[in-house]
Design a protein around this ligand. Structure first.
Ligand code: ATP
Length: 230
């Protein structure tokens, strides 16, 4: 579904990604594991067009994303939940989530909201609360639900577990599995290899702009990832 080939991303003199290639097959959940500065966010941001590609290509379902302007990439079926969540703090939970569904009519928005609330009950309980007052785990759910409200085929999650207590990680993992069961393809980054390997089907280990290892979850689990690489 998604093919990243020999991708190079530079910020001035800094090379953040140095010829990175990954494949994300349809309906799989692929993780990019790596420590701070490995280049995980740069890869996600290159896919959505937030950082320019210096070399290489990103092809989604046969479409070269490098030829599509960033604001048109959402039309390609890409949903994105950023690192650090970035919810709109003075908007309600419901308005945050439906910010991703502005193209739907009122009935369509209600239907998608109900569907997402089945996965994240707090969306129902806190619908009218300001997102800025929520806990980190709840804000993460709002950010993921916002990305899913546009019904993407490819969901990009940048460090969805960062700083969260195990109880929230478990709920978010359950939702990611449910998305996959519905046919959504997921690419997620994580520093926390252990919980990420529980939701993924395959993955890549990154360090300083390179892919160090790749494999199925079982293959990656058999190595002491965190000790060796992170
Ligand atoms: P983190 O978990 O900290 O976000 P990461 O694996 O996502 O780490 P990136 O954020 O992609 O890594 O950073 C990769 C490299 O690029 C790092 O050396 C970082 O300092 C550098 N970098 C990232 N963004 C910029 C920027 N806007 N300008 C200059 N250098 C940057």
């Amino acid at each position: 579904m998604l093919e990243v080939r020999n991708l190079v991303v530079r910020y001035g003199g800094i090379t953040a990604l140095n010829s990175v290639s990954i494949t994300v097959p349809k309906t799989e959940t692929v993780i990019l594991v790596g420590a701070n500065g490995a280049g995980k966010s740069s890869l996600i941001n290159a896919i959505i067009g937030m950082v320019p590609i210096s070399e290489g290509s990103i092809v989604l379902n046969g479409t070269d994303l490098g030829k599509i302007l960033p604001y048109d990439r959402a039309n390609q079926g890409i949903g994105y939940s950023p690192e650090g969540r970035r919810v709109f703090p003075t908007m309600t939970v419901r308005d945050n989530v439906l910010a991703g569904a502005s193209r739907l009519g009122r009935a369509g928005q209600s239907a998608i909201y109900e569907k997402l609330a089945d996965l994240f009950p707090m969306l129902e309980e806190r619908a009218n609360h300001y997102a800025g007052f929520l806990s980190g785990g709840q804000q993460q759910m709002v950010a993921i639900a916002r990305a899913m409200s546009a019904s993407p085929r490819l969901l990009l999650l940048d460090e969805p577990f960062l700083g969260l207590a195990p109880v929230w990680i478990e709920q978010i993992s359950k939702a990611i599995r449910a998305f996959r069961a519905e046919g959504v393809t997921v690419l997620m980054t994580e520093q926390m290899a252990v919980p990420a390997l529980k939701v993924a089907t395959s993955g890549y280990v990154m360090r300083t702009g390179h892919i160090l290892r790749q494999g199925t979850v079982d293959e990656l689990r058999s190595t002491a990832l965190e000790e060796e690489y992170l």
